[in-house]
Design a protein around this ligand. Structure first.
Ligand code: E4P
Length: 217
């Protein structure tokens, strides 16, 4: 399973790369705004740091301008993935830009039908938002399962990029379902390493190491 880091914070991305948990990066307009940086400048910096795909989202709402913005974003670096919203305009732009050979991440997906349309439009990735569905009392993980079934039924190669991940359980559940990629905030990915029994076990070992004076170096 590939891990993308959902942030535009370059220090956080560097830390995740050092840990070996950064196969790519996703950004969105809210994350860019939070970084306080210029979108083109920060996207370039991230693309230079990361070998894997870096999603950069258009800001226009009409297909013609989305296509123009997408082409401009793609010129930043070879690993840019153009991120488009799941609207009819976004799908139209997806069809055009994917036929030009660009990689596309269709975002803001909240239903299986939307995911089906994205696959038919040539999306490289579909981003279903788990957390935002959970927020309105709809089981977000059910959507991941439905999309997996539909894509497998027809052999669509569009990768399921599970997004809006809020908990470590979202990640293990996505792995069980067979999502191709998860994108999550750095803190959630790091929290996957935590276990109370690991801490307790290590405390015990440390006591015994001290008591017995065990040394390796
Ligand atoms: C995905 O591409 C989005 O950037 C992100 O996962 C949205 O997460 P949120 O619902 O926590 O804002």
């Amino acid at each position: 399973m590939k891990f993308f880091v959902d942030t535009a914070d370059v220090d956080a991305i560097r830390e995740m790369m050092d840990l070996g948990f950064c196969d790519g990066v996703t950004t969105n307009p809210s994350l860019i705004a939070k970084s306080g940086r210029d979108i083109l400048e920060v996207t370039k910096e991230i693309c230079d740091m990361v070998d894997g795909p870096v999603s950069a989202e258009v800001v226009a709402l009409d297909s013609a301008t989305m296509i123009e913005e997408g082409r401009k974003l793609a010129k930043i670096a070879d690993n840019v993935v153009i991120k488009l919203p799941l609207t009819l305009d976004g799908l139209k732009a997806c069809k055009v830009l994917s036929s030009e050979g660009h990689k596309i991440n269709v975002t803001l997906c909240f239903s299986a039908n939307q995911a089906l349309l994205a696959a038919k439009s040539g999306a490289t990735y579909i981003s279903p938002f788990i957390g935002r569905l959970d927020d309105i009392n709809i089981e977000g993980l059910d959507l991941i399962e439905d999309i997996r079934t539909i894509y497998d039924n027809y052999g669509y190669e569009t990768e399921i990029l599970a997004a809006s991940i809020r908990t470590v359980n979202h990640i293990s559940d996505c792995a069980k379902i067979g999502a191709d990629v998860i994108t999550a905030p750095p803190a959630v990915i790091k929290a996957m390493a935590n276990h109370v029994l690991t801490d307790k076990g290590l405390d015990g070992f440390v006591k015994d190491i001290k008591a017995a004076g065990i040394k390796i170096l």
